[in-house]
Ligand binder design. Structure first.
Ligand code: URA
Length: 481
């Protein structure tokens, strides 16, 4: 029997080193015991982390296993180290094992990783700082009770979002501290040890009506468990009830993470008499939105507030594709709600298109930016990010099946057409691509950036003309149906 002692709950490097060594000596999973070092445990240290002398076997595992293991190791389950070693041991002779989703070990490790991501998302969304010690030097403190060992992984998000203020995130697991330069991690504390000064809580409560964003409360995920982490928990129920009233209109997809109410949406034209097909589409979009909320396929999720998925009626005949959510969209959880969205709304209206009937999405579903002081400056997504995010657009397209897709700007065109497509050369003409009719035009932000008023007016008119081509197409398609 081999006893492996890891430094702490999240000692991935320790696990990785030991696991590689054990597997290369062909040590069976049943012959390994994994433990976390604890100051008071009496460990037989002479046998801990000792390896046999057998000849070593070389092997490789897929890179995605390493990433999966790095995440799953943050799960609170005591057996996670053993499960991950069992998988590593099996992967030596079954390189494609991770693709066998019905395998119990594979299913379990994926479920663990999902739970960890969900916990990180909830911490990002629900954590609230309070100011303490203002007489001397302001410091911000938040209490949180994560389910898994996620504090060190979730903390960089707060360091970039609240870069200018020193803060501490206190949890029973570990505490994270930011001094404006670096994050440090110390041991966890009991809730009773949290500084009790709560001068700002009343301010929080009074102002929270203005700040409250129902999109960040995922009611489907039993967030009540997290309300205890919020200073505004005493008023949260009435706020949610208000938010429900505000968002219960026909265009309910504006709640970022809840499925659309099917009865509020007219029957799709393509399957006018087929309620089952209609419901299947609604379910598909709702399921996609939920799945995309946990997307970690590229690193953009780390700094963004949330995934901003497409929204609009699932029977839309027109799909608009933008570049990526901007600052406002990232915070609100909805596409095109900031300045570019207002310009788009105006242009759609002038072209005779009702935005409420359009499915609107983006090529990239997370906000890419650089932090400059308090400002988050938009950064254009690169080809790798566009490619990585493209399956989401493709799945939205397959679910909505619009008559026409309008790509707004170069990033959208690259995603929709699957290759770099110059806008000026291609705009305003219908392009058939893989069975989808596509129209390419400029992005509304391009119009916003034009410095010269007369050029702006001309370009705006050109944009409306392009949208009118789209409107005409939709009329023709409706007539032909
Ligand atoms: N720009 C985009 O491309 N999409 C948005 O959602 C907002 C601005």
């Amino acid at each position: 029997m081999h006893l492996i002692v890891l430094d702490n709950d999240t000692d991935f490097e320790g696990w990785r080193k030991a696991a590689r060594q054990l597997a290369s000596h062909d040590v069976r999973p049943a012959d390994v015991t994994w433990q976390i070092r604890s100051d008071d445990a009496l460990l037989p240290t002479s046998r801990a982390n000792e390896m046999p002398d057998a000849p070593q076997v070389q092997f490789n595992v897929p890179a995605r296993f390493v990433e999966l293991a790095r995440t799953a190791i943050l799960h609170c389950h005591d057996e996670r180290f053993a499960l991950l070693y069992r998988l590593l041991w099996r992967l030596r002779s079954h390189h494609d094992l991770l693709g066998t989703t019905i395998d119990p070990d594979v299913a379990e490790v994926h479920a663990m990783a999902r739970a960890v991501y969900g916990d990180i998302d909830r911490m990002h969304a629900h954590l609230r700082f309070r100011e303490i010690g203002r007489e001397h030097k302001a410091h911000y403190v938040a209490w949180f009770e994560p389910e898994h060992h996620i504090v060190a992984s979730a903390a960089p998000f707060f360091a970039s979002r609240f870069a200018d203020m020193p803060w501490s995130i206190l949890t029973p697991d570990v505490c994270a501290h930011w001094d404006g330069h670096a994050i440090s991690i110390t041991s966890g504390i009991a809730k009773s040890e949290v500084p009790s000064e709560d001068r700002l809580e009343e301010v929080w409560r009074r102002h929270h009506n203005g700040l409250f964003n129902p999109a960040r409360l995922k009611l489907m995920e039993a967030p009540q468990a997290y309300w205890r982490n919020l200073p505004e928990d005493s008023i949260i129920k009435p706020l949610i009830e208000d938010a429900m009233r505000m968002t219960s209109g026909p265009f309910i997809a504006r709640r970022a993470s809840e499925p659309q109410k099917r009865q509020d949406v007219p029957m799709p034209r393509k399957q006018a008499h087929d309620r089952q097909a209609h419901e299947a589409i609604a379910d598909a979009i709702a399921a996609l939105r939920e799945e995309a909320a946990a997307c970690r396929a590229c690193p953009l999720w780390k700094d963004a507030t949330q995934t901003v998925f497409g929204e609009g009626p699932q029977n839309a005949t027109l799909m608009l594709v933008g570049e990526q959510p901007g600052d406002k969209e990232d915070l609100a959880g909805h596409p095109f709600v900031g300045p570019a969205g207002q310009m788009l709304d105006r242009a759609l209206k002038e072209a005779g298109i009702d935005r409420a009937k359009v499915y609107i999405t983006n090529a990239v579903k997370h906000f890419k930016f650089v932090q400059r002081g308090k400002v988050r400056l938009h950064q254009k997504p690169g080809t790798a990010e566009i490619r990585t995010c493209r399956p989401w657009y493709q799945r939205e397209l397959a679910a909505v099946r619009p008559e026409l897709v309008v790509a707004l700007g170069a990033t959208a065109a690259q995603s929709v057409l699957g290759k770099i497509t110059p806008i000026n050369k291609n705009r305003g003409r219908l392009i058939e691509h893989d069975g989808t009719r596509v129209l390419v035009t400029v992005h509304p932000s391009y119009l916003l950036r034009l410095p010269d008023e007369s050029t702006k007016a001309l370009e705006y008119q050109h944009f409306i003309d392009d949208l009118k081509i789209a409107a005409g197409q939709l009329r023709d398609a409706a007539d032909a149906a």
